[in-house]
Ligand binder design. Structure first.
Ligand code: ADP
Length: 824
């Protein structure tokens, strides 16, 4: 399954969008709620304001008409007073006028001095008449000629026990003189109450004020009064409006009286300097608004709770999906791991339900059989059929025994028949599951292809069997588990008689003394021992010296008990046979050395003794020439000369041979030798030859410091031969140049003697170092063919080697290695 299919993936992809949509909806809902509430508040305020306006209009109109009517009545009275028809003027007239004015307390006339005109009053007298307000009212009417109705400030009327306002007209004679006052006493509160409708909106406040911004009356009524005036100041906006002379205006203010905030409307009574302020406390309409707000808030909170619930459910679902995805991933990983482990192990598996005889086989199992996918059917008949016929009976028997017993596991090795016909060695390991009665109801296990293991085993077996050394596998006590033919041959028994036998000598035993004890300790510490020598008892009772070495192989500790314990692999070398061979070799070497010495002795003696007769031949030839030379003809003299020359050459040959045999016989006088000194010695011996040939000897400066371990005389002789040859085999085309150098190599110094002579063909590089081997005729280059053989012998006796490199026609380079004094 692909990871993108996991159940949490798709919601996780869309989750962000859904969350964003949810957040958007929440914002819209809350916004709408706020908007609704705000609009509601504004609406309520607007309707409160409209109600105040309407009411103020009704009040102003009512009051205006009422005052007009009072004015009319008072004017009538005034007219009656000024133009008395005599009989017209009477108490009854005043009474009648008062009756026309509902709510008016008193109607009366005052004379020009302010005194009540007797008999001209209807209603109770004002008390006290001497009030400042009353005085001021009178004074205003007297002093300010005019035709309008004049209203006083409010005053307290002790007679009626209420706050009253005076409304009056001036009595002006036709000549314009002041003739008194006609006035009406009006109850101040009545001016308000009279015009209010029966039911007023809750929270309604109505105030009546005059031009001087004095409160005449108020609804609801105010208890605290001081004299006639309501002891409070108008709010600043109200005062400003009245002082400005505004006819009507809405305003908002905080009442000085009760501290309430109000939506109010001010309106002037039509045609009169009185003002109604109608206010509605914000609290009143806000109360309703607040309960509306609470309802909306409840709805919003409920909505938010719902959103929260949805979110939390969503989060829980997300978490559950994540957990599910994690579980899904873990299960997937587990299955994948299991699959990879088994594939890595290259094992097959099966699961066999015995009750239903249904077997589930893994793909690898089918592969082992070579079974194509379309014919794969699982039942136990299948594997029974596919077990190799030779193994079938055994496997069935093992199975039956496991079922009958109480084993929890079964391990079985057998061969399977592959569809191609070849057989496949396998190891089947199974786990048995039993019911309460102990019957096996299920078997599951793995099947391992053993082909490659078997191939390796076969190879190891071949090496084991063919090894010329004795090999065996033992346990720690030396009990033999397996032995190869070489060991069987050495021990002198057959396999059946040897396997199972205990030969403690094959494994060093702890507690043994000496070398064996030490090797046993090493085996314990390092897991290996040897080589060390021991004596092995043979089947016939003899013993044979052997060299043993061995290693401990790790115990195979298999869970199903098929492992082996500690195993020691021991190699046995028959040192008896080796020793016999060594002894024979040593004997042979000794004999060779002896015969070599004899030969060298013989060569020396022969050479030495040969010189004596040779000298006789030479001296008698000389004598013959001296005594009878004159009688000889030329031919005879030539013969004698040939004979003498031959004798001389023979002498040289014998001397060279003597040198050669001496090198072999004499012991080396080994000491540190400076090569420069040996070369100087050789050059001195060759002084004549060097001079005659005009040869140049170039010695590289590095050579000065080189010291080797050797025999000074022999090394001088070595250089003398090589430098001598370099001069002898010079090229006729150029003056000879001999170059000597040395460089450090492993094990000593490599010395080079190079010339620019005639050179040597590669075919002869070996040959020239053999005795008497020459490449040229004596006529061309004189010599005996011993020089380089002597050089080889000297170098080899010093433990080194010598060889040549050359380019024919250009020169040769003789190289040899001599050990350095310290050996390194
Ligand atoms: P010989 O007495 O003939 O010099 P050696 O043993 O010294 O005997 O040399 C063997 C042969 O090796 C010589 O005959 C010669 O042909 C060849 N030879 C030795 N040294 C040189 C050299 N430096 N250059 C060329 N050839 C050489």
């Amino acid at each position: 399954m692909c990871p993108s299919d996991s159940p949490a993936a798709v919601p996780a992809r869309h989750g962000r969008w859904i969350l964003a949509a949810l957040a958007g909806i929440t914002v819209i809902v809350v916004g709408l709620a706020v908007l609704t509430v705000e609009l509601d508040r504004q609406g309520r305020r607007a309707s409160a304001s409209a109600a105040a306006r309407l009411l103020s209009g009704a009040l102003a109109q009512g009051l205006g008409a009422y005052l007009d009517r009072i004015d009319l009545e008072l004017r009538d009275l005034a007219d009656a007073r000024l133009n008395p028809p005599g009989q017209h003027w009477s108490q009854a007239l005043v009474e009648r006028h008062r009756r026309h004015l509902p709510g008016v307390i008193t109607v009366e006339l005052l004379d020009a001095a302010g005194r009540p005109v007797p008999g001209a009053r209807a209603g109770a007298a004002l008390a006290p008449e001497r009030d400042a307000v009353v005085q001021a009212f009178f004074a205003e009417l007297r002093d300010v000629p005019g035709t309008a109705l004049v209203l006083s400030s409010p005053l307290w009327d002790g007679a009626s026990g209420q706050r009253v306002v005076l409304a009056g007209r001036r009595l002006t004679r036709p000549d314009g003189a002041f003739a008194g006052v006609v006035r009406a006493v009006l109850p101040a509160q009545g001016l308000v109450e009279r015009f209010l409708p029966d039911s007023v909106p809750p929270g309604l406040h109505v105030s009546l004020l005059n031009q001087r911004v004095e409160f005449l009356a108020r609804r609801p009524a105010v208890a605290a009064v001081q004299g006639g005036a309501i002891s409070t100041a108008a709010s600043a906006p109200l005062r400003a409006l009245i002082e400005r002379g505004a006819e009507e205006s809405s305003y908002r203010a905080v009442s000085q009286l009760d501290g309430q905030s109000r939506i109010a409307f001010l309106r002037r009574a039509a045609g009169h300097p009185l003002y109604f302020s109608v206010g509605i406390a914000e609290e009143t309409f806000l109360d309703a608004w607040r309960s509306e707000l609470a309802r909306v808030a409840v709805v919003v909170v409920a909505f938010l709770l719902l959103v929260g619930l949805v979110l939390s459910a969503w989060r829980q679902r997300g978490r559950a999906l994540a957990a599910l995805a994690e579980a899904h991933r873990a299960a997937h990983a587990q299955a994948d791991r299991f699959d990879r482990v088994l594939r890595g192990a290259n094992d097959g598996w099966w699961d066999w339900d015995l009750l239903r005889d249904e077997v589930e086989y893994s793909p690898r199992w089918w592969e082992m059989l070579g079974e194509p996918a379309e014919t794969r059917r699982g039942s136990s008949l299948l594997w029974r059929d596919r077990v190799h016929p030779d193994d079938r009976a055994r496997v069935e028997a093992e199975l039956a025994a496991a079922w009958a017993g109480d084993a929890a596991t079964l391990r079985s090795e057998f061969r399977l028949r592959h569809l191609s016909g070849r057989s496949l060695p396998v190891l089947a390991r199974s786990l048995l599951q039993r019911d309460a009665a102990g019957r096996v109801v299920r078997m599951s296990g793995t099947i391992t292809d053993l082909s490659s293991i078997r191939a390796v085993e076969a190879r190891l077996r071949a090496m084991f069997d063919l090894s010329p050394l004795g090999c065996c596998l033992c346990d720690g006590d030396g009990r033999i588990r397996d032995a190869n033919p070489a060991l069987l041959a050495l021990l002198g028994g057959d396999r059946a008689g040897t396997v199972g036998r205990r030969l403690p000598e094959l494994v060093p035993q702890p507690g043994a003394g000496g070398e064996e004890g030490a090797q046993a300790a090493r085996l314990a510490a390092e897991g290996r021992f040897g080589p060390y020598e021991s004596l092995l008892p043979l089947a016939d009772g003899r013993t044979v010296p052997v060299r043993l070495r061995g290693v401990r192989l790790a115990a195979t500790d298999e869970a199903d008990g098929a492992g082996e314990g500690e195993t020691i692999y021991t190699l046995v070398e028959d040192v008896g046979a080796q020793r016999a061979m060594l002894r024979a070799l040593e004997e042979r070497t000794r004999e060779l050395a002896r015969s070599n010495a004899d030969l060298e002795q013989f060569a020396y003696v022969a050479s030495h003794d040969l010189r004596e007769p040779l000298r006789m031949v030479s001296s008698f030839l000389g004598l013959l020439e001296r005594r009878h030379g004159e009688g000889f003809d030329d031919e005879a003299r030539q013969f004698i000369a040939f004979a003498k020359d031959g004798a001389q050459r023979m002498d040289r040959l014998i001397l060279d041979l003597l040198d050669f045999s001496r090198i072999g016989r004499e012991d080396l006088a080994l000491a540190p030798v400076r090569l420069r000194a040996a070369i100087a010695q050789a050059a001195a011996n060759l002084a004549v030859g060097l001079e005659e040939s005009g040869a140049r000897l170039e010695i590289e400066p590095g050579l000065d410091a080189v010291t080797v371990r050797g025999d000074a005389g022999q090394l001088a002789s070595l250089f003398q031969n090589l430098i001598g040859n370099a001069i002898k085999y010079r090229s006729p085309e150029r003056p000879p140049l001999v170059t000597l150098s040395a460089r450090r190599v492993e094990g000593g110094w490599q010395v080079s003697v190079a010339d620019n002579g005639i050179g040597i063909e590669p075919d002869y590089y070996e040959r020239i170092f053999r005795l008497f081997q020459r490449l040229h005729s004596r006529e061309r280059y004189d010599g005996t063919g011993i020089g380089l053989a002597l050089c080889k012998k000297i170098v080899e006796r010093h433990g080194g080697r010598i060889w040549v490199e050359s380019r024919p026609g250009e020169g040769s380079r003789f190289l040899f290695i001599l050990p350095a004094p310290g050996g390194g």
